[in-house]
Design a protein around this ligand. Sequence first.
Ligand SMILES: Nc1ncnc2c1ncn2[C@@H]1O[C@H](COP(=O)(O)OP(=O)(O)OP(=O)(O)O)[C@@H](O)[C@H]1O
Length: 626
Amino acid sequence: MYRNQIKKKERKNEKKTLKTIFGFFLLGNSIFLFLSFFSFLFHWKHDQSQLEKLFDKEIIAENLLGKMGATVSHCFIHCGIGVSAFFIPILLFLKGLKILFSEKEFFNDFYQSTIYKFLFFIVWLPIFFSVIVPHQGIFSGIFGFEIGNYLIHLFGKVGLYMLLLTSIIFYWIIIFRINASTIKNGMKKKIQNINKKIETTLQLCNYFDNNPEMDSSFRKGKKMLYSILYKKKEDFSSIDLKIDLESNKKKIIQILNHYHIEICEIKANIGPTITLYEIYPKVGTRISKIKNLKNEIALNLSALSIRIIAPIPGKGSIGIEIPNYKRYPVYMKDILFSEESHKKSHNMELPISLGKTVFNEIFIVDLAKMPHLLIAGSTGQGKSVGLNVMIVFLLYQKHPKDIKFILIDPKKVELSIYKKISKSYFATLPNSIEPIITDLHKVKNILNSLCKEMDQRYALFEKYKVRNIKEYNNVIKKYNKYHLPYIILIVDEFADLNMNHKKKQIEIYITRLAQLARAVGIHLIIATQRPSVDVITGLIKSNFTARIAFRVSSKIDSRTILDCTGAEQLIGKGDMLFSNRNELIRLQCPFMELSDIQKIVDFYGNNNKKHEYFFLPEPGIINENE
Ligand SMILES: Nc1ncnc2c1ncn2[C@@H]1O[C@H](COP(=O)(O)OP(=O)(O)OP(=O)(O)O)[C@@H](O)[C@H]1O
């Protein structure tokens, strides 16, 4: 018994060795053929006359691979199928790879689909060349020339052109599974897109023209900004992803069936970064069974990481999020000027755009309602880009008299780009005008001052018997007095503030603002690289119900931010989870190049010169021992 097993093992090893040798043999041959074919294209005229004297030592072939190369190329290219012969070494190379890596399903699938695609062109190209360039035999080879001639004899030259054209059209239809409805839908979509673009441009122009709150230079400038930023637009083809989609669907069904899980339906939505597969299991299927197959599914699909949402809230289905092998970028300029974002944001007090959902919808939230936002994620996952996107969206949507920023940037470089707009868009202390606070010792002064501003605003509201900033600004119009702007405090690295020995004091200010400042129009956006419990304390967490998690390194970090796992499975570069109370949404944050941010800042800096700093009250006396 034992001996039998050893023999079996030996035979298996022998087979493996033979397979490896054969694989490398094919790879070697393919390289040999490719090089000799390539060289033949340049030296065929010289070498052809020498071929009969193959064994004559005096005669030297010019082909890179000598007389052997020249002879083989002559047989395949000249006497055979012309330049289509190049497909042979490519197919041999793929076959070699397939043999060497037979356990990888990817190679098998790829080889199979490529063979069919190539076979068509191996026949089609020589005939095509025989008609297009009949005197260049090297392109069509004798095979192409003879068949081409015969077909011309049968159908005439025009008939052959039509035959070639029809066959290539059939080929594309079969390969890309095109049918009448896809062509119709494609054309409809294209027309709709063109109309939409024209409409959006007109609507934006109308909006700029009709909005009485905008002074003329501001309006004109916005139009200019539109033309500066909108000059380039990359197009993305989703054909590749659609092919991927079908094979992934099959694989998911296969693996579930393998574990005896039957499903009624599977749907898919291609998002910018991930594709969401919605599975409708048969009644009686245990959800935990599918959840437990996470690793098996990831392995079967060769996916980096997958996330299972079981069940998808509000739907009778289970979601499997799989990263796209090719992600398509979400550009800020597409969001900024889109009709969809204009429609979604125009009734909001402080709209901020967080990106696109897996259903390719633009996701915009009202900071005034959230009312504060906590952002966390490991280094390099997109926090700073996310903050820039929020600032730019607010700049674009709001007039300088409506919003004022306070930027705290312990890293010193991340937010310095906004210095140019500080006069019109920033709130600052009266005695030390410092637009972006980078000195940690000054942080407690500004926070103290902000708390004082909050108290003063509450006193004002009491006097005018209003409950919040919106009501106050409405009432105050009658008295012809200045209305109050919203104040948005942004901290780029909260952990750095907490490292300071004034940690407790800062936490008290932040908590007080987070608890009370909403009604008076003061909102906080706090970002941190270190989502640990000593930075995001229970007190902070309970006051920041809206949270964003970019990719983090561990499940514990994910729980610290979101109270659930998932952020450790994100794939970076702006891939994020937004959580607000019981809602958890996966989004792709838009991307903005630094040069575009600079253009926007320059534009707003130049167009709002007449606006002045918004001064906060003098900070009160701070007890240093607190
Ligand atoms: N939304 C996005 N789309 C595409 N790429 C992105 C996106 N966000 C970030 N990136 C890429 O990731 C890089 C790092 O992003 P970013 O500087 O925002 O990270 P970070 O989380 O702020 O890092 P740190 O905490 O170290 O400052 C960017 O330079 C960019 O190449």
